[in-house]
Design a protein around this ligand. Structure first.
Ligand code: ATP
Length: 272
């Protein structure tokens, strides 16, 4: 296994010709605390190709959400630079859509209206019919074709997260940022939503970065799994290219002769 993994390429070969969509250069994050500065991330370097799906794993508190919110422009950068499609990140923008663990829908609005809010902001010059068409297209894709007009409060947690995914794709972002998107769901719903996510992603091939605590999920979703060292001063500790063919089928992935080697490699990193 060691030899096989050591010889593995740095990115999936089908992405070789792709330009970088996301680059983190000498990235640092310091949180001031009453007892002094806490350096969460230090000298972190990361390059993600256009159309690449990357999972990030690491111990709780190592700084995964900090990294993701900095990429999103929601968390100030203490040092270094983040480039999205060549442009330095200074603030949040519609080129980066975030799916959080909890989708925080506006409860008094319907599924459709919740998606429409963002679409209106990002496509102000589109006609009302076009905007509605975008929203309905993605709601249908996440399996809510019969639930457009249900209020957020009438939706189960899994359905709400489906709206969260539809909302993110409807913005047509350059990067999709997912922070433990299925963390609050039962394992059956989790599996269903992983399939939904991959199905839409397979069509759109938006660059995606997903934080997860689940090693199996990290493998199933990604072209590459990034492993973060534990903080303080966390950085990228290792990475593993996942070469399984796409579109992915859970059964095929689980039955792949090398699946358990990849899984063991990631668990070994987390256990040391
Ligand atoms: N606003 C803040 N002020 C001070 N410290 C913070 C702040 N936000 C996060 N931290 C600290 O920074 C570290 C990294 O937090 P972060 O939430 O990024 O980690 P994480 O890897 O996403 O954790 P988890 O997997 O548990 O969600 C933690 O030690 C956390 O306590």
């Amino acid at each position: 296994m060691e030899a096989l993994l050591k010889e593995a390429p740095k990115v999936n070969h089908h992405l070789d010709h792709m330009p970088n969509m996301l680059v983190c250069e000498n990235l640092q994050k310091v949180y001031p605390t009453p007892t002094g500065d806490y350096v969460v991330l230090d000298d972190l370097q990361l390059e993600i190709k256009q159309s690449e799906f990357v999972s990030i794993i690491g111990h709780s508190g190592c700084g995964k959400s900090t990294l993701l919110t900095m990429i999103a422009g929601l968390n100030e950068i203490s040092g270094g630079t983040i480039y999205v499609d060549g442009e330095p990140v200074r603030e949040a923008g519609p080129d980066r859509a975030v799916v959080f663990q909890s989708p925080s829908l506006l409860p008094w609005l319907t599924a459709l209206q919740n998606v429409l809010i963002g679409v209106k902001q990002v496509f102000p010059s589109a006609s009302k019919a076009e905007k509605l068409e975008i929203c309905k297209y993605y709601l249908d894709k996440v399996g809510l074709g019969n639930d457009f007009h249900k209020k957020a409060t009438e939706l189960s947690q899994g359905m709400q997260q489906r709206v969260g995914i539809a909302r993110a794709f409807a913005l047509k972002p350059k990067i999709l940022l997912l922070d433990e998107p299925f963390g609050m769901l039962d394992s059956l719903t989790r599996g269903e939503l992983q399939d939904v996510l991959l199905e839409i992603w397979q069509k759109e091939k938006i660059t995606a970065v997903a934080i997860t605590h689940d090693v199996d999920e990290s493998i199933f979703l990604a072209d590459r799994v990034i492993m973060m060292t534990s903080g303080p001063y966390a950085k990228i500790g290792d990475e593993l290219v996942i070469p399984f063919a796409r579109p992915r089928n859970r059964k095929e992935v689980l039955e792949h002769p090398e699946y358990y080697d990849y899984r063991a490699y990631l668990l070994n990193f987390l256990n040391h």
